[in-house]
Structures are given as C-alpha cells and as structure tokens.
Design a protein around this ligand. Structure first.
Ligand code: WQD
Length: 339
C-alpha cells in the first residue's frame, strides 16, 4: 500500500518508515519539521535504499492537506504528527489542544473527502491516567493528568465516533508505553531538543558527556528498589507493531481497535542506569532527587491482546535498548546535524 506517515521524520515515525518499506509498502512523509531535522530524510533513504518523498507542511493547514490528498494517491495513513511533551503541555495547553486536535481533524476530513479510510493512530499509555490497575489492559477507563494526555484521550474518542459513523473506516489506536532505543545502524535515533524530559535520552547524554549527572526522580516509591518502574519498549519493536496493526486493519473487520504496545515487563530507573553503564562502558553518576510532579510509581502493559490479534511480540531486551541507544548517541554526540 501507499502509506502517508504524518510526522514521519520524527523519532518513532522514522523508525516506522524503515519497517514499512522493508514490508513492501510505499511511503510518503508529511512533516512540518517542528520537532525533527531534515537530516533524517537522507539517512532514511540511505537505510532503505529508496527515495522517500517528503512534503514539508503542517497538517493543520486545511488547504495544504486538501492539495496533498488531491495530488497523492494514498491508501492508508499512520498518524504520528503532534506535540508530545507532558510538561510543555501544562505550560501551553492551547497550543497542544489546537495542534494535536487540529491536525487530526484536518487529516480526517481530507481522508474522508478522498475515500481514504484506513488509519493507525499514535496514542499513548498516558490515557490510563494517574493510578491505573496493573498490568494495564485496553479495557481500563481512560483519563489524563495533563493536557497532552487529554489530547490523546479526546482524539481516541473522536476516532471511536468517526468509526461508528460509517462502516468504511478501519482504525487502530496504538497505546505506547515507554519508547526507547534506536535503529541498530546507529544512523537514526531519539534527538530531543534542549534538556531531555525522558529518562533514556538523558542517561545517554550523561554517558556521552553532555550532562553532568542524572537526577533520579524519587527513591521512595513502593517498588523493588524505590525508583520508578516503566515498560520500556524498543522503538523497532514499536515500529513493527505499527506495520502489524496496519496489515490487520486493512484486511480485517471495519471499526476501531485499540492495542497496547508494550513488553509487559517493568524496569526501574536504577535498572536502566546499570544496564546503560554495562552497554556503554561509561559511568552514569546520579543523585536521588525529589519525586517529579505527576509521576506514578509503576506502569507496565498487559500486551496479550496485541500479541494475539497482531501476532506481534516485543522481542528486544533493556540491554538491546541501551546498546542501540548508545550506538546512536556515541555516533551523534550532539544529535542530528542541522544541515
Ligand atoms: C521514566 C522514569 C521518571 C527523567 C513519558 C510521558 C508519556 C510518554 C513516555 C508520550 C520515571 C524517571 C525521568 C529523569 C528520572 N510520552 N526519570 N530522571 O514519564 O514514564 O512517560 O514519556 O506518550 O506520556 O509521560 O517517561 O522517561 O520521563 O520517565 O528519574 O531525568 O524515569 O521519574 O520514573 P514517563 P520518562
């Protein structure tokens, strides 16, 4: 199929482009490059051996989106484009609601006008809210503790209602746990701008000498070693889950399905630190700091529905995630070049 990957120059989008191409799909990227570097596209073409068409515009622009669909023959869409920083969303809620919802409305309307009804949506385990039952299953109630999370809850609801309005729609919402790692080539990876909010990129920047030490947000949680526990999933496993979901919905029943993409295993902050020291051979100095507002003690998936429905399983270990992250970070100490 010819697949539009919105936000395809971003971290998860770029890794998914590689897996789509290797699965035999044709890919076209739309990205406004607000959170990605053009360098990524050349690296994707080198890694896939194929040209990867890119259209640089904001999908919230209704006219440009309509022009794109009128001139491009698209069979399906994987929708990554959106702002994703929890803390930033608290400071700039209107930006988050307008951008994340606006791009989705513009995209859905253009898809409908051009008879494109197959969509995979990038959702998040953040929709399970503040104190979810563990392990998290897809039928848990959804809520959020920040505007970013609410945009995911709201977009899932929009998609449920759109799917219910016509049998033509085939929609998958994929709820990611904690995506980390990088393509084994070391050519593409996570490249946050500014000080990383997330654990793995921060640890990687300590290892490569860009940051002095890690603050471990809380050492007194009710977890085995007192630090936060999360379900880290390798970005290549996550990308494979998108290809599997696309294949499933494009051949299966119509309507909307929801799948967790996680390993089902919880790993603590200190376990990540020790795994990264092993993978990199570098010390990761840290201090135990106060808990971060909004954090929960533990979060990990029950991935059995995705395992069964998609015939998909996360395969990579935390050691693989750290080794691949280190190969990317040590080869790109300051991230992607601007050129
Ligand atoms: C992981 C653990 C922190 C940084 C976030 C979003 C979520 C999703 C994934 C988009 C926690 C601890 C972190 C640091 C630390 N994003 N930590 N020191 O918060 O589980 O999830 O990213 O969908 O929506 O909320 O990920 O990597 O920020 O934190 O101790 O400098 O590492 O307390 O226990 P999180 P994270």
């Amino acid at each position: 199929m010819r697949v539009l990957v919105s936000g395809g120059a971003g971290y998860i989008g770029s890794h998914t482009v590689i897996q789509l191409v290797s699965a035999g799909h044709d890919v076209v990227i739309v990205d406004d490059f607000s959170n990605a570097k053009p360098t990524v596209v050349g690296r994707l073409e080198a890694l896939t051996g194929r040209s990867v068409p890119v259209h640089a515009f904001d999908l919230a622009d209704v006219d440009k989106t309509e022009h794109f669909f009128a001139h491009e023959d698209i069979d399906a869409v994987i929708h990554f484009a959106g702002y994703k920083a929890v803390g930033e969303s608290v400071a700039k809620p209107l930006d988050y609601y307008q951008n994340n919802l606006g791009t989705t409305f513009s995209l859905l309307r253009a898809m409908e006008r051009h008879n494109v009804h197959t969509l995979v949506f990038s959702s998040s385990a953040t929709v399970y809210g503040a104190d979810p039952e563990l392990p998290m299953t897809e039928d848990l109630p959804t809520s959020a503790t920040n505007p970013y999370g609410w945009t995911k809850v709201m977009i899932e609801q929009v998609l449920r209602d759109v799917a219910a309005s016509s049998d033509a729609w085939r929609i998958a919402a994929l709820r990611y746990f904690n995506p980390v790692g990088a393509h084994p080539s070391g050519q593409i990876g996570e490249d946050p701008s500014g000080i990383p909010n997330n654990l793995m990129p921060f640890v990687a920047q300590v290892a490569v000498g860009r940051r002095e030490k890690l603050s471990v947000f809380g050492g007194d949680y009710d977890t085995p070693d007192g630090t936060g526990v999360r379900d880290y999933i390798h970005v290549d496993d996550l990308a494979a889950g998108h290809v599997a979901a696309l294949d499933r919905i494009s051949t299966a029943d119509t309507g909307m399905s929801t799948w967790n993409l996680g390993t089902g295993q919880g790993v603590s902050v200190l376990e990540v630190v020790h795994a990264f020291e092993k993978a990199s051979g570098k010390p990761i100095p840290y201090e135990i700091a106060p808990r971060r507002a909004g954090d929960i003690a533990a979060s990990y998936a029950d991935p059995t529905r995705a395992n069964a429905d998609l015939n998909w399983h996360a395969t990579k270990t935390i050691d693989d995630m750290c080794a691949d992250t280190w190969r990317w970070q040590s080869g790109n100490p300051t991230g992607y070049p601007d050129a």
